[in-house]
Ligand binder design. Structure first.
Ligand SMILES: [Zn+2]
Length: 106
C-alpha cells in the first residue's frame, strides 16, 4: 500500500476510512486539504481503489497548482502537472501494476 504521495514540495498522506464514514460522506474517497490527507474507503477492490486514489490525487494537484483549469487548454496543463506525480513517485506505478495484476487474476 502506498502511504504518501509527493507533489512539488507538498506531501499528502493516504489513509483509510471505514464504511460508515464513507457512507456518511457519500464518497469512496475524500481529500482533506487542511489535514494533507486522502481518505479511501476500506476494502475496495484494487481497480476501484486505484480509480478513487487517482480521483483524489487530481483534487490534491488542483489544490496545489496555481493554474486552475477553466478551459481545455488549461486542463491539459493540469494533466501535465498530474504526470509529475508519477515522475516524483515511481512506487505509485508499481503499485498500480500490482493492483491491475490482482484484478486480472482475481
Ligand atoms: Zn471529487
Amino acid at each position: 500500500m502506498i502511504k504518501e504521495i509527493k507533489y512539488k514540495n507538498y506531501k499528502v498522506k493516504i489513509r483509510k476510512m471505514g464504511l460508515k464514514q464513507a457512507q456518511l460522506e457519500n464518497a469512496y474517497g475524500l481529500y482533506i486539504p487542511n489535514k494533507s490527507s486522502i481518505y479511501i474507503q476500506n476494502n475496495l477492490n484494487p481497480k476501484n481503489y486505484i480509480a478513487v486514489l487517482l480521483h483524489e490525487l487530481a483534487h490534491f494537484v488542483l489544490d496545489k497548482t496555481e493554474k486552475k483549469p477553466n478551459s481545455e487548454e488549461s486542463f491539459a496543463v493540469m494533466v501535465e502537472e498530474f504526470a509529475k506525480i508519477f515522475l516524483q513517485n515511481p512506487k505509485l506505478i508499481n503499485f498500480i501494476k500490482q493492483c491491475t495484476k490482482q484484478n486480472e487474476t482475481g
